[in-house]
Design a protein around this ligand. Sequence first.
Ligand code: TXA
Ligand code: MG
Length: 340
Amino acid sequence: TKRWKITNETSEAQAAISEAASLLKKGETIAFPTETVYGLGADATNPEAVNKIFAAKGRPQDNPLIAHVATKEQLLRLVYNVPDYAAQLMDAFSPGPLTYVLKTSGVCADNVTAGQETIGVRMPSHPVAQALLKACDIPIAAPSANLSGKPSPTTAVHVWEDLQGKIAGVVDGGPTGFGVESTVLDCTQEIPVILRPGGVTKEQLTQIIGMVVTDPGLANSSEKPKAPGMKYRHYAPEVPLLLVYGTPKDVQATIDKAQAEGKKVGALVSDQTAAEITAFETIRLGKNLPEVAAHLYDGLRKFKTREVDVIVSEAFPEDGIGQAVMNRLRKAASKHIHMS
Ligand code: TXA
Ligand code: MG
């Protein structure tokens, strides 16, 4: 596995981008940064190349991939039946952390869409992702560059931990910005449906187009989520995670109870809550929701089995990017604790 470090727009950086792009065009897999998380890319028009993604991640074949492009023209070649509201959203949020699920034009290989009639398409805004996509000039299928089931990677080190030896290369562009994945929006309905909350918030979507609904399968365990990937557990840390809905005092009570059982507790909390609790080890995720989102996956990865026995996380407010944070924490949790 090759590794290129990109710090700024030097000629060295350009050489790295063109080397990575030529490997992609030859059917190899390359991990690269986006503004959300690192992606593991392959030529979306080449089924053998796409298969290498599934193999490296250990990803179930029934879980479709997002196709990434640099421009709106390229995006429109991959889909048809684009409703007016989707065109408006493209003007407002692309490039950016929004994925549109639309009818596939058939340009991408069948294993990208897992045989479905729809495809997820996205135009990332990260300068390294943009440069790479422009250099190879083909649609790139890219799920998050983690082993299936683990938290998504927000640094090249996370990618290296999971996929070293299994992929052709990693372009290291430093830590990603948002820290949670793109919002996946089903645009095949009269009213768009959020299949996965992410970088673009429901409030932001509503501001542009009015009506947006959230897939009931995300909240309701009796209904199956419409994004195939959302039915898997995902984002699992090495250690069991207790998610506490309550005040900092409730978080402390949960920590104390586990400690009384002889457990070493790792706490995953905001800076404000960190000031009010004590645990064996505390990871502070930040002072506001965007900071918490940016540090969440790194925090989940940091607690290792040999260091703590259980993670106690506070529940965060579900507004703005807090919806994505709580969606991921609920999936990562082994137990939910509701305090009155
Ligand atoms: O931010 C992101 O979206 C990152 C970066 C690399 O772009 N990518 C990412 O991909 O998170 P992945 O494969 O880890 O998650 C894609 C999600 C899955 O839950 C998948 O089931 C859903 O999108 N999805 C993809 N295509 C779909 C489709 N045609 N219909 C419904 N859901 C789809
Ligand atoms: Mg993923």
